[in-house]
Design a protein around this ligand. Structure first.
Ligand code: SF4
Ligand code: SF4
Length: 171
């Protein structure tokens, strides 16, 4: 089997990066003139202004709640099982009769529900697998933390109101 030689001989001008520098300067000057003369802005004043993201954008997770603020999760472990990053960790317990919103006695609920956002690849498999439409991915992209520990979110965090928290249109 033959080989393909992809090596290229560069001219002295190319070796000095002159074409690349001139192209870069042309773009910079174009943006400068547009901004200076026509007040055209290429950036937004984040966080006061935010860009609109598609409904299909997969951001921070949340757990949906019923009118009594009880999580819709029944601790079935489907999301934990399907997660390719193994970043969901659930501990189940029996749901009290008083908490039961489904008319089914002894249904389970999560005693704890943790997601390690640093391991998550935001594939959305957990959302697709959930039979209760409990776990969802929002359009919220603000997930920066100061420590790795803070990136592990718990049930209280997942149930909280937040920017970008929304019910998907088809749910
Ligand atoms: S989005 Fe994917 S990787 Fe992230 S928790 Fe859900 S299933 Fe796991
Ligand atoms: S979030 Fe959904 S899939 Fe995951 S344990 Fe709860 S009910 Fe099951």
């Amino acid at each position: 089997m033959g080989t393909i030689n992809v090596s290229k001989k560069y001219t002295a001008v190319e070796k000095a990066y002159l074409p690349a520098i001139l192209i870069g300067m042309k773009i910079t000057m174009k943006r400068f003139i547009q901004g200076f003369l026509f007040r055209k802005s290429w950036t937004i004043m984040y966080p006061e202004k935010r860009r609109d993201y598609s409904d299909r954008f997969r951001g921070a997770h949340f757990i949906s709640v019923d009118p009594k603020k009880t999580e819709n999760c029944t601790a079935c472990f489907l999301c934990e099982t399907v997660c390719p990053a193994e970043c969901i960790h659930i501990v189940a317990e029996e749901r009290d009769e008083a908490d039961n919103s489904y008319g089914v006695a002894k249904e389970k609920k999560p005693a704890s529900f943790d997601i390690d956002l640093l391991r998550c690849c935001f594939c959305g498999f957990c959302e697709e697998a959930c039979p209760k439409d409990a776990i969802k991915l929002s359009t919220n992209y603000e997930m920066a933390t100061y420590s790795r520990e803070d990136a592990i979110v718990d049930l209280d965090h997942l149930k909280r109101p937040m920017n970008g928290r929304h019910e998907k249109k088809d749910s």
